[in-house]
Write a protein that binds this ligand. Structure first.
Ligand code: DON
Length: 579
């Protein structure tokens, strides 16, 4: 008790009551984040753990685990709950990826429920008359939306590995939408910040603002009747309701009214896919992460392969030498991303080449251990052809030895900003993840080309990297993050913090992060690196820039039968809870 009080004092916390929970305002963090009392240390448990970016979703998931459900049941339940409680990223109008480590089947599989381009999409659909990218069209119009995959993906996960029905998984979400929940400061701030975008559309305005246009303030109750009806229809009629029933009709009508492309045929033909994850080996640990159409797994494994050749542990956590090596490896990986990565159903991705140890050691030969390479001098390499601002992540493990690592998104915070009128959910703006024009950066500054050009029915390239690390065949680390282009490097650093630097999961998640994505040629750092480290990095030639925090990595580590959860303090509503 005394140590708890001392640690609260250390954080100079001010307590507030929110949604029946005691939360603590962290006055030391720049973001004035709210830190919940129980998150000061990794949460320890024996029989299961859920870590999500919203405490209500964590609670829904935990209840499922407590009632004997497995991690996949809890994951679907959490995802639907997030669609209600965190509309900026939780969704049924978007898509994502779920990695499942199944104890019973002895395998790790990936469910790809990424959005796909409508069949009417065309390579130049986001170019204006002068051939430049019209970002308003690719981000904030009905054309920005890909065919949503979330409902189909969660249903497939339940059918294949779950033990509860879709209806059961939807029940907590329906209650949260129908009865409402208490608005948090983060929820209120998010809607205030997105006001211009959301109020442009009457269908969005009427959901996210009061009748007089006023804001929902902390402590208010937020009810979503239209969304509740949609979820209830899915519960009653099953997954096809979303793709062929009234919900699909409402979505297609919304498209027709505003010049969007998604047709009934596009909805009907959407299919989630079971894929093999990308696999790598790092210092004796097996890494499983997301395969194309995500670039995440390929480049996490590639960067780890390059860094395996160096004594990273000996170089020290966040020392200038370690950061330098990481940044140099990152540059090379992101250069390759720009050229080779895309939807494997449309382009041949040299995945084996990119993730091979041999290629990594060739790339490492180009790294100067004293001096930063100028990005413009780095071109995408020649991997051997193998014969070729929001997303949200959650991690769950159960008592049966299963684990789920899930990242899903509508791309930006609140996606396109457009609610499907009458259905109460936001449309994604994932089409902006395509490369609208070779060499033109997308919203995250990522460059792409041929491999990721817009094509009908193609999945746009992603960086989402749900990851599971195993040691000696057992689940060891379950992790992943939002953050656009920073997802890959955020996830990478938690893996390295644990494996190379021996940090506990809480410290691994909280530690200041860095990021380099080749172009722009800047080494992005969070607050918390020492000034002398930054000076050394600058002297080495790095263009160090301090920007806002990166990612929100919700993670679980399993050690000697104990389960440790850590919610990222960068998200005020996040919660790890175990049983
Ligand atoms: O799939 C992707 O890579 C992006 N649409 C993710 C966007 C994202 O993480 C935004 N969140 N901070």
């Amino acid at each position: 008790m005394l140590s708890t009080i001392v640690s609260f004092l250390r954080y100079r916390a001010a307590a507030v009551i929110l949604g029946g929970m005691m939360l603590f305002l962290d006055q030391t963090a720049n973001s004035a984040a709210i830190i919940e009392g129980e998150r000061m240390h990794p949460v320890e448990a024996r029989n299961g753990m859920a870590v999500t970016s919203h405490f209500l979703a964590t609670r829904s998931a935990l209840e499922v685990l407590e009632q004997g459900g497995n991690a996949i049941d809890a994951a679907a339940t959490a995802a639907f709950s997030l669609a209600v409680t965190q509309p900026r990223s939780g969704n049924i109008g978007g898509g994502g990826f779920m990695l499942i480590s199944s104890e019973q089947k002895g395998e790790v599989i990936a469910i790809d429920y990424r959005e796909k381009a409508p069949s009417g999409a065309a390579v130049d659909m986001f170019l204006d008359e002068s051939g430049e990218v019209d970002t308003n069209r690719s981000r904030f119009s009905h054309l920005a939306a890909g065919v949503p995959g979330t409902v189909a993906g969660l249903a497939l996960a339940l059918e294949t590995y779950g033990t509860i029905s879709l209806k059961q998984a939807l029940a907590p979400a329906i209650a949260l939408a129908e009865e409402g929940f208490v608005v948090t400061p983060r929820f209120s701030q998010g809607l205030k910040a997105a006001e211009k975008r959301l109020k442009k559309w009457e269908s969005s305005r009427k959901i996210f603002y009061k009748a007089d246009g006023g804001y929902y303030e902390p402590g208010d109750r937020f009810v979503q009747k239209e969304l509740a009806e949609t979820l209830k229809r899915i519960a009653a009629n099953g997954v096809r309701e979303f793709y062929e029933g009234k919900t699909a009709e409402l979505l297609v009508a919304e498209m027709k009214r505003h010049g969007g492309l998604i047709s009934m045929a596009d909805m009907k033909s959407y299919e989630p896919l079971i894929r093999a994850p990308v696999q790598g080996l790092y210092r004796g640990y097996d890494i499983y992460s997301m395969s194309p159409p995500s670039s995440g797994g390929a480049h996490i494994v590639q960067i780890l392969n390059i860094l395996e050749g160096y004594d990273i542990g000996g170089s020290g956590h966040n020392s200038a030498r370690t950061i330098h090596l990481m940044a140099e490896a990152m540059k090379r990986a992101y250069a390759d991303r720009s050229k080779y990565l895309g939807d494997e159903d449309f382009v041949k991705v040299p995945l084996e080449g990119i993730t091979s140890k041999k290629y990594a050691s060739e790339l490492a030969k180009g790294i100067d251990i004293e001096e930063a390479a100028v990005s413009q001098t780095i071109a995408p390499g020649e991997p051997q052809p193998y014969e070729s601002d929001e997303t949200t992540h959650f991690s769950i493990v159960d008592r049966y030895g299963n684990a789920v690592s899930n990242t899903y998104t509508i791309n930006f915070s609140y996606g396109s900003g457009i609610v499907v009128d009458g259905a109460g959910f936001l449309l994604n703006n994932e089409m902006d993840d395509f490369s609208s024009k070779p060499g033109a950066p997308n919203a995250y500054g990522l460059i792409g080309g041929e491999a990721n050009k817009v094509e009908p029915n193609k999945r746009m390239l992603s960086s989402m990297s749900p990851t599971i690390v195993k040691k000696d065949g057992k689940n060891f680390l379950v992790t992943g993050s939002p953050g656009g282009s920073r997802i890959i490097t955020t996830t990478l650093q938690v893996i390295m913090n644990v494996i190379d630097h021996g940090l506990n999961i809480k410290s691994a998640v909280a530690a200041p992060r860095i990021h380099h994505q080749w172009l722009p040629d800047e080494l992005r750092v969070e607050e918390g690196l020492s000034p002398d480290t930054i000076k050394i990095l600058k002297d080495m030639g790095h263009n160090v820039v301090r920007k806002s925090s990166m990612g929100a990595i919700q993670s679980i580590m399993v050690v000697d039968g104990m389960v440790y959860g850590a919610a990222d303090p960068r998200r005020s509503t996040a919660l790890a809870a175990g049983m």
